[in-house]
Design a protein around this ligand. Structure first.
Ligand code: G3H
Ligand code: ZN
Length: 286
């Protein structure tokens, strides 16, 4: 199937009052596992590469991106490529050439005025390349490996009036909102602020994005999608599946040398995770 874009998938999902799932990929096995899980569930999917993942690949975006494009083109469901949590202009400039149709520009760690100015400039650069761009207001901790901040801390929430002004003045195509999820949770115990989400959807016309969805239980994710979340970002759940499987395999096979048996099991565990989440959340079929 031809590579599609996040913007296109979100437009279709919103028309069906649903959302699109976006999974963070780090290795080729992540790419293959996510596509396999989406195909089994019969839903479109976004493969997203974070700036942290690019750093892991020693600063090179293209090798993983080329693999993701090739997998997308061979997939039986629509697949889009998204560049996630971008903070550097260098990466933003590479996005379109590498096959990405969308980026998330992350200046959420900056004070409001600086976040707005940096995002406005990023929007201009992204739109000049034909890219759909998401930004974030209301910082969610945990993405830099630090201890997640309490999801209920006032500073970790998005203010509706501020968000409305931010969207108007930045020109972003979508907004990541902080409504109670936290990056890198390894337990699914987050409670979302659905009243706040309701106030945000009432004042914002752009699609809303939920980050840190690994820590959000299925029923909370379902309610968030019903309440207006259009893109659900999931990363840690895949890494738990991969690493947990490898740990078990290597414990049972201490003399293992060939990586293929345990990478195969890890890839399959990621595929099952993808299929389980998109099915449980009830995302709309391709
Ligand atoms: O942008 C990526 C997501 O927010 C992933 O968060 O690893 O907590 O699922 P997660
Ligand atoms: Zn995120």
């Amino acid at each position: 199937m031809p590579l599609t874009t996040t913007g296109e998938l979100i437009t279709r999902a919103r028309a069906a009052r649903s959302a699109v799932a976006a999974f963070n990929i780090i290795t080729l096995e992540h790419v293959e596992g996510v596509v396999a899980g989406a195909e089994r569930a019969g839903v479109p999917v976004v493969l997203q590469v974070s700036e942290n993942a690019v750093r892991f690949h020693r600063g090179s975006l293209f090798p993983l991106a080329r693999a993701a494009v090739a997998a997308a083109e061979r997939a039986a469901v629509p697949v889009a490529l998204h560049l996630d949590h971008v903070r550097t202009d260098r990466l933003l400039r590479q996005a379109a050439d590498a096959g990405f149709g969308s980026v998330m520009y992350d200046a959420s760690h900056l004070p409001y005025d600086e976040n707005l100015a940096a995002t406005r400039a990023a929007v201009d650069r992204a739109h000049a390349q034909g890219l759909w761009i998401e930004a974030e207001l209301g910082e969610m901790d945990g993405k830099d490996g630090g201890a997640p901040r309490d999801a209920h801390a006032p500073g970790a929430r998005t203010d509706p009036a501020e968000a409305s002004s931010f969207v108007t003045h930045s020109g972003v195509d979508a907004l990541a909102v902080a409504v109670g999820s936290v990056h890198a949770m390894t337990t699914r115990t987050a409670t979302l602020d659905h009243a706040l989400l309701g106030r945000l959807t009432a004042v914002l016309e752009v699609p809303l994005v939920l980050h840190g969805s690994s820590g959000v239980p299925d029923e909370e994710l379902r309610a968030a999608v019903a309440g207006g979340i259009a893109k659900v970002n999931i990363g840690t759940a895949l890494n738990q599946a991969l690493t947990g499987t490898l740990r078990t395999y290597l414990g049972a096979h201490p003399d293992a040398v060939d990586p293929r048996p345990y990478l195969d099991e890890g890839r399959e565990a990621m595929a099952r995770t993808v299929e389980r989440i998109v099915t449980a959340v009830g995302l709309t079929p391709a």
